[in-house]
Design a protein around this ligand. Structure first.
Ligand SMILES: NC(=O)C1=CN([C@@H]2O[C@H](COP(=O)(O)OP(=O)(O)OC[C@H]3O[C@@H](n4cnc5c(N)ncnc54)[C@H](O)[C@@H]3O)[C@@H](O)[C@H]2O)C=CC1
Ligand SMILES: O=C(CO)COP(=O)(O)O
Length: 380
């Protein structure tokens, strides 16, 4: 969108201010997934003036939501604004929708695509609001959806957005990314990224538009793994210095993977990368951080979350990110550490001790220069 002057419809144009979004909002949006994030995003869209149909599999929950005006199972203390119609009828949810937000866990994405396929209005944009990399294929989630649902522009919405805080109206911001190829034959104002950004904009939710879908998706997937690492070290008794170092080096791992996959380094320093990473690594409101803390304290996986089956995307991403990184030759030492603990039964304290004892590198990473760690020098 470089050099283009786009503005919100109700504001006067100010020529010379590039990058400002001017687009027609969608009238009706379908939100698929009646969990915490789906409900929060439906609230944002409704607060932005959209007609929203919020779909979930469970008719009992949809019916209670229609009766009580809240989602007691996932966000009990946040009343739904007007303009949301909860439904368990997917055909009804998609009928007349101009854009779809997919907010079910990444592990059920292909299944979701299968049930949506016969019901989707032709060519409507799909925005992924789940975070991860597909385990079986190593694909970015958008790639999996493009394979399942060809002919639909696929993008992502991602940023520092805990569901409950978002639904309560605490101000935050997020990135909405669709690749430029979905835009180049349209007037810029008609691009899915521009229209969805304007459609999701309300006083407490500020979307930013991007054409770097790869960078946005990589940030969302990797930050959950780094949050597990931060949680593990916090649970094991390490302090704030350690967490800050992990966050910063985590950004480096995101940058290298994003770049290797064709994304941009600078996207990783934005809301969907550093922004979300900072949030997720700072609070046990995050399920990923919380899992790490409990494991770091010595609990077994079965004991975490009192045995409840909670969506922790970083558990799957620890495997899918590392399998992908190894395949394309990208070094991601923090993600490797989390993978070793979760999947190979490695000792948590020893793994983090080894992480710190790796050969010294330059910052930013320069692959050719590698100084031997002092302990390695004394061995010879
Ligand atoms: N909760 C949050 O603060 C945020 C969550 N996300 C992402 O959103 C995605 C969803 O997470 P949450 O809403 O938090 O999880 P959740 O556990 O609150 O809700 C998940 C929902 O998906 C439904 N679901 C599961 N499998 C399904 C399937 N096969 N078909 C249809 N529905 C299915 C469940 O019934 C539930 O309603 C995850 O990828 C998460 O990383 C992203 C940003 C913020
Ligand atoms: O992605 C999130 C906030 O942006 C939610 O993080 P958790 O899935 O770790 O709770």
């Amino acid at each position: 969108m470089d050099g283009q002057t786009l503005r919100l419809p109700d504001q006067p144009r100010e020529p010379g201010r590039p990058g400002i979004v001017y687009a027609r909002p969608y009238t009706r949006i379908a939100v698929l997934g009646m969990g915490s994030w789906g409900t929060a995003l439906a609230s944002v869209a409704a607060a932005s003036g959209r007609e929203v149909r919020l779909w979930g599999r469970r008719e009992d929950l949809a019916q209670r939501m229609r009766e009580t005006g809240r989602n007691d199972d996932y966000l009990p203390d946040t009343p739904l604004p007007d303009g949301i119609e909860p439904t368990s009828d997917l055909a009804h949810a998609l009928d007349g929708a101009e854009a779809v937000l997919i907010v079910t866990p990444s592990s059920s994405l292909r299944e979701m695509c299968g049930v949506m396929r016969p019901l989707l209005p032709q060519g409507i944009p799909l925005a992924l609001c789940c975070k991860g990399i597909e385990r079986r294929t190593g694909y970015l989630l958008s790639h999996a959806v493009e394979e399942e649902l060809p002919g639909h522009p696929v993008g992502a919405l991602s940023g520092p957005t805990f569901a409950r805080e978002t639904a309560l109206g605490h101000p935050t911001a997020a990135t909405i990314a669709f690749e430029f190829r979905y835009t180049d034959r349209l007037a810029p104002d008609d691009s899915p990224a521009a229209r969805l950004s304007v459609s999701m904009s309300c006083p407490s939710f500020r979307p930013y538009m991007s054409d770097d879908l790869v960078g946005v998706e990589v940030g969302g997937a990797v930050k959950n793994v780094i949050a597990i690492a931060c949680g593990m070290m916090t649970g094991a008794g390490y302090a704030e210095n350690t967490r800050a170092a992990l966050i910063t080096r985590g950004i480096d791992e995101m940058k290298v993977l994003a770049e290797a996959l064709g994304g941009k380094r600078e996207t990783v320093t934005g809301l969907s990368g550093a922004g979300d990473l900072t949030l997720t690594c700072s609070s046990t409101t995050s399920r990923n951080m919380s899992l790490g803390v409990q494991l770091g304290e010595g609990k077994s996986r079965a004991e975490c979350f009192d045995g409840r089956d909670v969506v922790v995307e970083g558990e799957i991403s620890a495997a899918s990110v590392i399998e992908l990184a190894r395949r394309i030759g990208v070094s991601m030492p923090i993600c490797e550490a989390v993978h070793a603990i979760l999947y190979d039964g490695a000792d948590l304290n020893q793994t983090f001790t080894d992480l710190w004892a790796r050969p010294i590198e330059s910052e930013p990473r320069a692959l050719e220069i590698e100084l031997a760690h002092p302990s390695a020098m004394t061995e010879s």
